[in-house]
Write a protein that binds this ligand. Structure first.
Ligand code: PGA
Length: 251
């Protein structure tokens, strides 16, 4: 961690009805009230309104798990930035590996969604990460480079105030297989070097999160790494006590 403000974001994925969202947030709000990190919950679309109402006046911000590249129109099943902003969302996850592998997301669509999100005033959490086969094949860095160059193409350095990068090795997501502190730091440091090649010194201000089985027992070591500025938390964000412990890491 450095002087960049840490951002710990929960990615609830397709979990929690409105009723359950309410229960979880009511438990979470007092537990994280004194957190120094920025706390975000990226909830299903149907729970955004509930989450925004419940967290009003607290230190928890609300986000979505995707956003369309278009303003409006014939895009069945998509959601626009205006719709999310109207509900009070502040963040949007873009290019999560589950969307890349199951729903055909590409670096090109990630780039379009990211540009739209930031143009509209959302903060984009752009996900990158290699698969196990790619890591074992020794091509982690080239995969990250391709995702960075493609997903963040033609975005001016000044817009990176509204971009967070989440490095999430696909093999560590939902598997309990966390990257070691050294593996995570190496990949995040590489990501920052590639960002520097793209946007110069501004790269030092960009928050880069680690994600992939981050939880109460490994957060401190990961957050102690010089380039890791936060986390994108799946499973461990579904229990208030666990998520609060991650939010209140000690590094
Ligand atoms: P996990 O998910 O913490 O359950 O591994 C992280 C993510 O997919 O963002």
């Amino acid at each position: 961690m450095t002087n960049r403000k840490p951002i710990i974001a929960g990615n609830w994925k397709m979990n929690n009805t409105k009723e359950n969202a309410e229960k979880l947030l009511k438990e979470l709000i007092p537990l994280v009230a004194d957190a120094t990190a920025e706390v975000v919950v990226c909830v299903p679309y149907t729970a955004i309104e509930t989450a925004v109402k419940l967290t009003k006046g607290t230190n928890i911000a609300v986000g979505s798990q995707n956003v369309s590249w278009a303003d409006s129109g014939a895009f069945t099943g998509e959601i626009s930035a205006d719709m999310l902003l109207e509900l009070g969302a502040k963040y949007a996850i873009i290019g999560h590996s589950e969307r890349r592998t199951m729903f055909g997301e590409t670096d090109e669509t990630v780039n379009k969604r990211t540009k739209q999100a930031i143009a509209k005033g959302l903060i984009a959490i752009v996900c990158i990460g290699e698969t196990l086969a790619e890591r074992q094949g020794g091509i982690t860095e080239s995969v990250l480079k391709t995702q960075i160059l493609g997903g963040l193409k033609d975005i001016p350095a000044s817009d990176f105030d509204k971009i967070v990068i989440a490095y999430e090795p696909v093999w560590a997501i939902g598997t309990g297989l966390v990257a070691t502190d050294e593996q995570a730091e190496a990949a995040v440091a590489y990501t920052r070097r590639e960002l520097a090649a793209l946007i110069g010194k501004k790269a030092n201000e960009v928050c880069i999160q680690y994600g992939g089985s981050m939880n109460a027992s490994n957060v401190d070591g990961l957050m102690a790494q010089p380039n890791i500025d936060g986390g994108l938390i799946g499973g461990a964000s579904l229990k208030a006590v666990d998520f609060a412990r991650v939010v209140k890491f000690s590094a």
